[in-house]
Design a protein around this ligand. Structure first.
Ligand SMILES: *[C@@H]1O[C@H](CO)[C@@H](O)[C@H](O)[C@H]1NC(C)=O
Ligand SMILES: *[C@@H]1O[C@H](CO)[C@@H](O)[C@H](O)[C@H]1NC(C)=O
Length: 291
């Protein structure tokens, strides 16, 4: 609630709308599969991967725009072959999706974060980074900020990727489909670690990812709201204004732009935009994206 009140103070006279939630797991999410691979310890949730199963959860509601965060502490020690994911996705063959995938590694070797963006069912926009800290030692906050102008992937509030709305260049942007929020842990040793060369060592199971600090501050779209009405419900207008539609959030500020440049200069490992073997013709959005 604090955030909403602060913003209200700045925009007196406008009705600011948005659902502010810093909540317990159960308020926002429910297990999707492998309920016996969930363990609760106070406000912390542990998800387990063993040789029988991984586990996953999803939000009870769908959202159009806003900011979604969770604190995650990744699998300690040997996590090779495992992937922990935090993502937002709509449904159907032309779905949109924003992904964080955390690719495990052998003990002492760095985890990688792979991000991807799907628009109208098409992904293939992978980027990979290593991190400036060990994500298995402590909880860190991973977030997606999504508005009409951009999708920003953040790690502890540092932007690591921006997907800009380039509709004026004829490039589609995800802004009409409400998304659920999901997380899961599973075995992906055919590709995840060092290109699939390192397999999951099941003698080190169970592999445990821990979560807390669940926050969703977005435009909630109950299933009862018809798809056609969702865009209208979640667009700012003369009567109502969502905080994420403020002009200051239509692009990164100067400080954030510098942070993103620093991340890319020091931690970027792979960017589909520069993979000419895979894309002999540079994807159109890469030509226009400055990042
Ligand atoms: C799974 O691992 C346990 C412990 O290492 C082992 O006893 C069991 O046989 C394994 N099960 C399968 C299905 O591989
Ligand atoms: C794992 O560690 C190796 C060696 O440091 C590194 O090349 C690789 O990028 C790391 N991450 C993954 C997911 O393979």
């Amino acid at each position: 609630m604090a955030k909403a009140s602060v913003l209200l103070g700045f925009f007196v006279g406008l009705v600011m709308v948005g659902l502010v939630t810093a909540a317990r797991f159960d308020d926002l999410y429910q297990p999707s599969w492998a309920f016996d691979h969930f363990a609760y310890e106070g406000e912390t949730l542990h998800l387990k991967l063993d040789n029988y199963s991984g586990a996953g959860f999803g939000s009870k509601s769908k959202y159009l725009f806003g900011k979604v965060s969770m604190q995650i502490k990744l699998v300690e020690g040997d996590s090779a072959g495992t992937v922990t994911a935090f993502y937002m996705s709509s449904d159907g063959p032309y779905h949109n999706e924003f992904d964080f995938e955390f690719l495990g590694n052998t003990t002492g070797e760095p985890y990688l974060i792979q991000t991807n963006v799907y628009v109208n069912g098409v992904g293939n926009r992978e980027q990979r980074l290593d991190l400036w800290f060990d994500p298995t030692k402590d909880f860190h906050t991973y977030s997606v900020l999504w508005n009409q102008r951009q999708v920003v992937f953040l790690v502890d509030e540092t932007p690591i990727r921006v997907h800009t709305n380039l509709e004026h260049k004829g490039i589609p942007f995800p802004k009409n489909q409400a998304m659920g929020v999901y997380s899961s842990i599973w075995n992906a040793d055919d590709w995840a670690t060092q290109g699939g060369r390192v397999k999951t060592d099941w003698s080190h199971a169970p592999f445990i990812a821990s979560y807390r600090g669940f926050e969703i501050d977005g435009c909630e779209c109950p299933v009862s709201v018809a798809a056609a009405d969702i865009a209208k419900k979640c667009s700012s207008s003369a009567e109502k204004r969502f905080w994420w539609d403020e002009p200051t959030l239509s692009e990164l500020n100067v400080h954030q732009s510098h942070q993103l440049m620093w991340v890319r200069a020091n931690h970027l490992i792979y960017d589909y935009c520069t993979d000419t073997a895979r894309f002999p013709v540079t994807p159109t959005e890469c030509v226009h994206h400055r990042h």
